[in-house]
Design a protein around this ligand. Structure first.
Ligand SMILES: [Mn+2]
Length: 393
């Protein structure tokens, strides 16, 4: 019994302002490409079951283009894998918040897909010796909380959930998405599950043996830089889906070719340099990118940049980089005010209040039309002014 486990495609996700030649938001097109590639891989691997563990769509009311695309890809999946059950649950992103909003998931029911979007359902496939307990986001908020337990005689017992397990987002919850459901370790490990297919966390992650997050298919969380850092630290090469072999317990990651390069350049410390020297360091950093920054999503953090220095930088060159990249985020951070440390989180991760505010604003979900850099700058400037006023009074 081999299960293809996909999660968090977030179709309809939009970001930045660039459009494709057909007028679609470029990042929406990227996310669609990523899903298409995952479907290609799943079809090629010929699994016995396909599970999509939530957040097929980025929003409750996806655009027509996102709906049409999802429908065509899922139709292709069903067509190319005849007789293979396809199970999809709703996540926090594609669950309606009010009862009068009808879920778009009903559409996929017409394809023969087992869609579970309100109450938990047990799906039995006796000819495959498989029983699946599918628990969508909304079902996790019913009182009393449903107990997750295997049932029946099927040798393969699978649990599908969308939510957050303890410790996942770290002590400061920097990359956490609001609105996710909490799942306790006991809930996940209480039953003798053959496999637990999780969605919600966007970095591929093994919670325990046979309990996995597949991760998203592109960088669609409010904090792509945090995702990149974690992937680097844990040597995860990127985004993809999982193939779980229930007989052996082996889970094999299948990474997809990324539709978009997302690059976080090494932080530069402006220290005591002059602005011309910082110009040169920035240019060096930009030119160090393999394959150049063109069409990539790039961030460059520079610390210890006084306001005057920021003004003196070569802004024509910076505009040139912004034009070449799909998105170039030059994140200039002011020197810390000495002795003004406001701590949160564990020792060693203390941040100043302006840093906390800047990090929050940098990660906060924004409409695609809002320029994040300008947004963060306004917020940071207000914060600094406020601090100065407080100190002066
Ligand atoms: Mn998600």
């Amino acid at each position: 019994m081999r299960i293809a486990h996909v999660a968090d495609p977030h179709l309809g996700f939009r970001q930045y302002t660039r459009l494709t030649s057909r007028g679609l938001n470029q990042r929406e097109a990227d996310v669609a490409t990523a899903f298409g590639r995952a479907i290609d891989g799943v079809i090629a691997s010929a699994p016995d079951v396909v599970i999509v563990a939530g957040d097929i769509f980025h929003s409750v009311r996806p655009t027509n283009s996102a709906i049409l695309f999802a429908f065509r890809q899922l139709a292709r999946l069903v067509d190319r894998l005849p007789g293979v059950p396809v199970i999809a649950i709703a996540g926090n992103h594609d669950t309606p918040r009010s009862t009068d909003t009808v879920s778009i998931f009903g559409l996929f029911h017409e394809l023969g897909i087992h869609v579970v979007h309100d109450d938990a359902r047990r799906l039995d496939f006796p000819e495959r010796g498989l029983s699946v307990l599918a628990v969508p986001h909304q079902a996790l908020f019913r009182e009393p909380r449903l107990a997750f337990e295997p049932a029946g005689q099927a040798p393969h017992q699978v649990l599908v959930l969308h939510g957050e397990t303890p410790g996942l987002f770290g002590p400061d919850r920097g990359g956490a998405e609001p609105g996710g459901a909490f799942l306790s370790t006991e809930e996940l490990t209480g039953g003798d599950w053959s496999y637990v297919a999780l969605g919600h966390y966007h970095v591929q992650h093994q919670v325990r043996e046979r309990i996995w997050y597949a991760g998203a298919l592109d960088y669609v969380s409010p904090n792509p830089w945090g995702e990149l850092r974690e992937e680097r630290e844990r040597a995860i090469p990127g985004k993809g889906w999982l193939l779980a072999d229930l007989a052996s317990g082996t889970v094999t990651p299948h990474f997809i070719e990324p539709p978009r390069r997302v690059i976080d350049l090494r932080t530069i410390d402006a220290g005591d340099f002059a602005s011309a020297e910082l110009d040169r360091m920035l240019e060096e950093a930009v030119e160090s990118v393999p394959g150049a920054i063109d069409d990539a999503v790039v961030r460059q953090v520079v610390i210890n940049v006084p306001r005057t220095m920021a003004r003196e930088l070569d802004h024509a060159e910076i505009r040139n980089w912004k034009a070449r990249a799909l998105h170039f985020q030059l994140d200039l951070r002011r020197p810390e005010a000495a002795g003004r440390v406001v701590g949160i989180g564990a020792p060693g991760t203390r941040q100043t209040l302006p840093e906390i505010v800047a990090a929050h604003l940098a990660a906060r979900p924004l409409p695609a039309s809002v320029d994040r850099e300008a947004f963060v700058r306004v917020g940071t400037d207000l914060m600094t002014t406020l601090e100065q006023d407080t100190q002066a009074s």
